[in-house]
Design a protein around this ligand. Structure first.
Ligand code: NDP
Length: 281
């Protein structure tokens, strides 16, 4: 049976450490602030935003959620981002994705000051990751790496296979694993013979968005399998990995829920606190 990469337990431990950092800042007269912009009424986004608000509350971070109507114009959204960029009380700005179709996501993200870009989606921060310079790293990839390290999963020289090439998960996690000296393969919907790649993986990261897509036959015995997927099936949240069959083959496996999702929020809080610390110093 695989060792559980328990994101709940790890994130709770990390949150305690983060709380101490918030307290230290407060003792120096500095409160930490995150502004979350939610445009429209996407139900999944509403849940994510609520969870981020709760995490802020638990740490003593000021979390302001700004709700904008579905029909908000690009100009209105950009004016708000500009205002938050100037706001001394705001250390981090997060635009909840996806935005309604009529809005230009890339243009909105590019406007966020890279220092306040706590999601790490700004091209400057993505570029910093790709060129090995310090910057803000995207929360989900950062959380995945934190998990692998917390359980001492060997990385250097190992074969890592990432399924998915999005800008928010697949590409940045591949880059982080490369920086850890893994030999990295990125697979996607046009990959020929996906299983031939996944079966070679010592570390397998599934960020596909297809329920129980990875089955035991696709996994190398002993591999560390990280399940990023969040899929709703019959009212239940399931990952991209068929947990029941894969846990019998893998060496390590992250559950859904209680895995990467918990770490993502924790890393968001860390990015906000780091932004506040940078400013305070
Ligand atoms: P995207 O839809 O942007 O990317 C999915 C990727 O999967 C694409 O690169 C796509 O390939 C690839 N893909 C699709 N079908 C196949 C296939 N049959 N074989 C191989 N590859 C395939 O999703 P995201 O990266 O944004 O998210 C992925 C999943 O992770 C989702 O379930 C999402 O909800 C979840 N997620 C979870 C987070 C968390 O905190 N736990 C945070 C962010 C996302 P192609 O590029 O060719 O289309």
């Amino acid at each position: 049976m695989a060792v559980l990469l328990d994101g709940k337990v790890l994130s709770e431990k990390r949150m305690e450490e983060l709380k101490a950092r918030v307290d230290t800042l407060r003792a120096r007269g500095k409160t930490v602030g995150l502004a979350v912009i939610l445009v429209g009424e996407n139900p999944a986004s509403q849940v994510y935003v609520r969870n981020k608000g709760k995490a802020c509350e638990g740490l003593g971070i000021r979390g302001d959620t700004i709700l904008l109507p579905e029909q908000t114009s690009q100009e209105e959204l950009e004016a708000l981002i500009e205002k938050l960029n100037q706001d001394e009380c705001v250390d981090g700005i997060l635009v909840q994705l996806p935005l309604p179709k009529h809005l230009d996501e890339a243009k909105a993200l590019a406007l966020i000051s890279p220092d306040k870009d706590v999601d790490g989606f700004h091209v400057e921060n993505a570029g910093r990751l790709f060129t090995g310079q310090p910057g803000v790293t995207a929360c989900t990839p950062k959380g995945i790496l934190a998990m692998l390290k917390a359980w001492n999963v060997p990385l250097a020289g190992k074969e890592a296979v990432v399924i998915g090439r999005s800008n928010i998960v697949g590409k940045p996690v591949a880059m982080l694993l490369l920086n850890e000296n893994c030999t990295v393969t990125i697979c996607h919907s046009r990959t020929a013979d996906l299983a031939a790649h996944t079966r070679r993986a010592d570390i397998l990261v599934a960020a596909v968005g297809k329920p129980r897509f990875i089955t035991a036959g696709m996994v190398k015995p002993g591999a560390a399998v990280v399940d990023v997927g969040i899929n709703r099936v019959d009212g239940k949240v399931v990952g991209d990995v068929d947990f029941e069959s894969v846990e019998k083959v893998a060496g390590y496996i992250s559950p859904v829920p209680g895995g990467v999702g918990k770490m993502t929020i924790c890393m968001l809080m860390e990015n906000v606190i780091e932004a506040a610390e940078r400013k305070a110093n």
